[in-house]
Design a protein around this ligand. Sequence first.
Ligand SMILES: NC(=O)c1ccc[n+]([C@@H]2O[C@H](COP(=O)([O-])OP(=O)(O)OC[C@H]3O[C@@H](n4cnc5c(N)ncnc54)[C@H](OP(=O)(O)O)[C@@H]3O)[C@@H](O)[C@H]2O)c1
Length: 250
Amino acid sequence: MDQDLPMPKYALILGATSDIARAVSQQFATHGYHLYLAGRNWEAIHAEASDLKIRFQVEAVPVRFDVLDFDSHAAIWNGLNPKPEVVVCVVGYMPEQEDSQKDLALARKVMDSNFTGCANFLNLVANDFEAQKTGSIIGVSSVAGDRGRAKNYLYGAAKAGFTAYLSGLRNRLSKSGIQVLTVKPGFVQTRMTEHLELKGALVATADQVGKDIWNGFRKKKNVIYTKGIWKYVMLVIRHIPERLFKKMNL
Ligand SMILES: NC(=O)c1ccc[n+]([C@@H]2O[C@H](COP(=O)([O-])OP(=O)(O)OC[C@H]3O[C@@H](n4cnc5c(N)ncnc54)[C@H](OP(=O)(O)O)[C@@H]3O)[C@@H](O)[C@H]2O)c1
């Protein structure tokens, strides 16, 4: 009988074309989840969906999504049937700090792409999950949000806002049994950082981050740093006194 069959489990990946998102999608697909792949690059989303279907024999449904189009968010969320059990927000945008300093519209785009747009969509998810008393929300923030640095503080401030948002959401939704996982990557080799020459023990691959996110989800963690060593790096950085910090070239 149909009613005896278990409901298929879906995960919604927001910003599904990123290198980190691809690694996360693969982790969920490996563990039997079907996927909603949401993003604005329709061609890339379709290619990713085809790849996942073939490699993992799961459903992979493309969803048009632009985090900056706030007014579209409710229709996108309400249009998902069945609703996902897990929502992972991987959306991010990091132009050069100097460009954002000079261009107010670009600075606002950084805020909206990394924080307010993501929060706007997750507000919808949170209300539904709270009513159902089930679900998991995973937000990819950044170590950049742990302390503002001259070289990256507009992006860092947006990520700090997102981190605080996720913290508040966790505080609210834990009473309803909802997991909210904050992910703070350090340096990761991806399209976002290809202009930087990243190497050494602090640098992760997208695949490592994907595995860490899956493990954090399965273990019902609240906050993870990836790589884990960043927890201690940022502990030190957060404790540098302001009088010294403002003299440093970070
Ligand atoms: N790489 C690092 O070192 C690092 C470190 C800390 C945190 N992070 C965070 O990790 C996440 C993934 O980044 P990544 O390194 O994998 O870089 P990425 O490939 O540049 O990922 C950014 C993702 O956000 C999507 N996006 C940007 N603006 C969007 C919009 N208006 N609407 C919908 N989607 C939008 C991009 O979609 P398109 O494909 O359409 O551009 C892409 O899928 C980001 O949140 C980033 O801030 C990365």
